[in-house]
Design a binder for this molecule. Structure first.
Ligand SMILES: CC(C)(COP(=O)(O)OP(=O)(O)OC[C@H]1O[C@@H](n2cnc3c(N)ncnc32)[C@H](O)[C@@H]1OP(=O)(O)O)[C@@H](O)C(=O)NCCC(=O)NCCS
Length: 182
């Protein structure tokens, strides 16, 4: 797999390429995000204008925000380590998989490669994430992350206030062997 110019080995034979997020994929990404509006902390997904501002501001200049493509250039997913806190060597993970390609193991694979890049290439100590319990994506994170705790009252959505799950990996405990358990 080619991951932003740094070669990594992958355990799967599914060829994944992590590259700069292409402008031509913004409309698709906007549609994917808009389909799960309660999943996001900020209003990126609410208007195409906000979405383009995010692309032109945040994506162009900050941190590690990538498109995931197959060998034919098909847009499979968008993943990120953002924001990166360089002082404390930590970053937040984010991920969205093309809706027609879900439940095929791609999310797990992309998380694995994103962690690998963050710990081995960027030298981070902690990678963390937050998922709101108003979306069923939190069940995915329970499958791919060994550490989690509940944070109360984190999301106003659909007339209710929802808890979230905060999850994290540390460089010390992370390793390929974790993924081979089960
Ligand atoms: C959450 C998401 C990234 C999962 O990607 P995916 O490619 O479908 O996940 P995988 O196929 O690798 O699934 C890994 C495991 O999680 C489980 N899983 C995935 N999505 C799930 C869901 N919605 N509900 C319950 N379990 C789920 C799978 O069954 C699988 O379990 P298994 O290993 O026991 O078979 C994808 O559904 C998505 O992009 N959702 C919308 C965006 C989003 O909410 N992102 C998270 C914001 S924090």
């Amino acid at each position: 797999m080619d991951i932003g110019g740094d070669a990594l080995k992958t355990e799967t034979d599914f060829p994944l390429h992590f590259g700069a997020l292409r402008e031509e994929d913004l409309d698709a990404l906007f549609a994917w995000r808009s389909a799960t509006p309660g999943a996001w902390r900020d209003p990126i997904a609410t208007t195409i204008v906000k979405h383009r501002q995010w692309y032109e501001g945040t994506v162009s200049y900050e941190d590690w925000i990538r498109g995931v493509y197959d060998a034919d250039g098909c847009f499979i997913a968008q993943t990120q380590l953002h924001p990166i806190d360089w002082h404390n060597k930590s970053a937040e993970i984010g991920l969205i998989v093309n809706p027609i390609m879900r439940r095929k193991g791609l999310g797990r694979e992309i998380v694995q490669d994103t962690l690998h890049y963050g710990f081995r290439n960027l030298g981070l100590n902690t990678i963390w994430g937050e998922v709101y319990k108003c979306t069923d994506a939190w069940l995915f994170w329970t499958k791919v992350c060994p550490n989690m705790t509940t944070m109360p009252q984190r999301k106003c959505w659909d007339g209710m206030v929802w808890d979230s799950i905060y999850f994290w990996w540390t460089a010390g405990e992370w390793g390929r062997e974790w993924w081979e358990r089960e």
